[in-house]
Design a protein around this ligand. Structure first.
Ligand SMILES: Nc1ncnc2c1ncn2[C@@H]1O[C@H](COP(=O)(O)OP(=O)(O)OP(=O)(O)O)[C@@H](O)[C@H]1O
Length: 247
């Protein structure tokens, strides 16, 4: 579903991504782990289209999307859940989901209340609100909901574009252990045919939600395999200086 081949990226003399390749099958949930500075975010930005790789290709459902913009990739089914604040604070949760769905379905018009009334848009909003447990908050303004609900909504907005592949950059950063657990449950309850790639440095999340794990170190893939194998890997213990055993 998503295939990266030989992605290479340098900033001046700093070689940040080194010949990174991986393949995600449909429905696979893969977590990319790595210590600070390993190049995770730089890799993520190449996949979503915010950075152009110096070398290598990105294929989505068999199509080469390496030359496409962020929006072009989104149209092909690659959606990103933003950590950055991309929600409309003055609008309700329902309106935020509706706008994403309206843009995706081509129903976005100047009079956006009309867009939100379209049956196709309403259907997506209801489906996504259920998937990410937002039903109780639909009519609340984003500015009034908790940080945790905002994070759920960010995932919901990404899902409202009906992606084939969902990318997330450190989805539980900044949330406490309880909320983090709720987020793990949310991820585990998403449709099984959705392919998910998560960049993370929290090993708990990786072991809880991942089917497969890739570990980056100094921009290079040093592990690619099943979570059980990752747990037993000496190399990974070294990279994480013992913290691995606490995972
Ligand atoms: N635009 C840039 N210009 C120069 N160097 C950069 C740029 N972006 C990233 N780097 C460098 O590339 C390296 C990898 O950074 P990156 O943010 O991709 O790592 P990371 O694994 O996501 O780290 P973290 O977990 O701390 O977010 C770092 O040494 C960083 O300083």
């Amino acid at each position: 579903m998503l295939e990266l081949q030989g992605l290479d990226k340098s900033f001046g003399a700093v070689h940040v991504t080194r010949n990174v390749s991986m393949k995600l099958e449909r429905g696979e949930r893969r977590v990319i782990l790595g210590p600070n500075g390993a190049g995770k975010t730089t890799l993520f930005n190449q996949i979503v289209g915010e950075l152009t790789p110096d070398k290598g290709t990105i294929h989505l459902a068999g199509q080469d999307v390496t030359g496409l913009s962020v929006a072009g990739r989104a149209r092909q089914g690659l959606s990103r859940s933003y950590q950055k604040n991309t929600l409309f604070d003055g609008l309700t949760v329902e309106e935020n989901l509706g706008l994403a769905a309206a843009v995706h379905t081509g129903h976005a018009t100047r009079l956006w209340s009309d867009s939100l009334a379209k049956p196709e848009v309403r259907e997506i909003v209801a489906e996504v609100a259920n998937q990410v447990n937002l039903m109780p908050y639909l009519h609340a303004k984003v500015s009034e909901v908790s940080y945790g609900v905002r994070r759920q909504l960010e995932v919901g907005v990404a899902l409202a574009t009906r992606p084939m592949v969902l990318l997330m950059d450190e989805p539980t950063s900044g949330v406490g252990p309880e909320m983090s657990k709720g987020f793990h449950d949310l991820l585990n309850n998403l449709p099984r045919d959705l392919t998910i790639l998560i960049i993370e440095h929290d090993m708990d999340l990786a072991f809880d939600v991942a089917d497969t794990i890739t570990v980056l170190n100094y921009g290079e893939v040093v592990f690619d395999g099943l979570p059980e194998a990752a747990r037993g890997s000496k190399l990974l213990k070294e990279i994480y200086l013992g913290s691995w055993e606490d995972a």
